[in-house]
Design a protein around this ligand. Sequence first.
Ligand code: SF4
Length: 286
Amino acid sequence: MATITVNFKCNNNCISCINYRKVANSNRERSLDDIKRMMKKLEKEGVKHLDLNGGEPTIKKDLFEILKYLEEEYPRLEVKLLSNGRMFCYADYVEKLRELNLTKFSLVINLYAGDKSINDAITRSPGSWEQTVKGMKNLLHAGFKVELRIVVNKLNYRHLPEMAGFILREFGGIASVDFINMKVTGEARKNRNIILPRYTESVAYVQRAVDILKDQVNVRLLHFPFCILERKYWDFAKGVTIDRHITLAPQCDFCEQKNDCPMIWKSYIDIIGPEEFKPIGMGCGH
Ligand code: SF4
């Protein structure tokens, strides 16, 4: 799997953004020619899945050209677009995307809460919740495969069970709901005292949200190590990033599950420390 960051600019201003605001304000972006060059290299490496992220990719003027190019040149490539979903509140924008007839295409949309005021306090962008929710509905109505991604933070974790109910009521046909722990870089690092929860603070609420969703929707817990979760939630735990930003704690050497563990953001251990992680099979009660 590979990721291409197509731009850095964003129409949200999230308190938990992994980039600093000055990066998110920059006009730096990758041209179609840049992407063509990158794809030649990735093709040689045999890449089968490509994530396109930003910034916010949907505010890039030539996004549809890029998608069309990928469809025509790499018809077997699975392309996933990561977005805050706001642009999809415009029906004509969704229609233009639909007219591309992309065959192996899906979307990951970020939303923080089922409640407007909580969401918009995190995005620091009034009106963003309404646009994202409408965008989600437009995409689902148009038949797109959509995953909802929820970054768990101190401002939303207590409300995740209510959000689960909201998702079931409002987003019928959604492909999956992913709860992900925060990578603590950029704005997220700057605002860590306000927004970074310990796993042990948030996990009970996350598990309650899973209980509400799991019989009707595919649910994943991204970068929730097994030792933090009750045993019955282990099947939901996945790691999606295998790179230099992810790590284990020193004591994980003694854990029976270390080879399958979804692992922890390095930035989390840097800030909070490794004490919460208890090797399994070493008397932690699992
Ligand atoms: S102790 Fe370490 S390896 Fe084991 S589940 Fe926890 S974080 Fe993962």
